[in-house]
Design a protein around this ligand. Structure first.
Ligand code: ASC
Length: 156
């Protein structure tokens, strides 16, 4: 029994030392998770955009459902940028995500606040309000992409 304790303590210690392992089995899992979350979010955000830009007729219910999904999803990718997940699978996250954490956090907070306004606009049912909130949210997406997303995928 006592002989088991040191190895168990070692395993527990290692688990604490590797932050990414708190939520994800390995770095690749975190990378795929955040890419998947961004992808699904972009799909629903894009449906609102299609209406805001007049490519499809405005349907308040569809806009509301899409905005509700964006709200449900918008925190997910950011739970998956733990230290050490800059490598592990091809990705476009720039090193600045981890080097300039305060700026990255500010960019995320800006996006979160715009998403809340987009949701409120969609609930209100006015196309003009949705158009304006869509533009502001897209601006927040773009600002973060400009600073923190590379043009090309990394090789690992
Ligand atoms: C989208 C989408 C994004 C943002 C961004 C805004 O529809 O998928 O990532 O808007 O392009 O500039």
């Amino acid at each position: 029994m006592n002989r088991l304790l040191p190895p168990l303590a070692l395993i527990a210690g290692l688990a604490c030392a590797i932050p990414a392992s708190a939520q994800f089995q390995k770095s690749e899992d975190a990378i795929k998770y955040r890419q998947g979350a961004f992808r699904v979010m972009a799909e629903h955000f894009g449906r609102i955009g299609a209406m805001a830009n007049g490519r499809v007729p405005f349907d308040a219910k569809v806009a509301q459902e899409a905005a509700a999904l964006v709200v449900a999803l918008h925190k997910l990718p950011f739970s998956a940028f733990a230290e050490g997940t800059d490598k592990g699978a091809p990705q476009r996250a720039r090193p600045e995500v981890w080097k300039d954490g305060a700026k990255f956090k500010a960019a995320i907070e800006r996006m979160m606040s715009e998403v809340a306004k987009l949701d409120a606009a969609a609930k209100g049912g006015s196309l003009d309000a949705v158009k304006s909130a869509f533009g502001a949210t897209g601006g927040a997406c773009k600002a973060c992409h400009d600073d923190f997303r590379a043009r090309d995928y990394s090789s690992n």
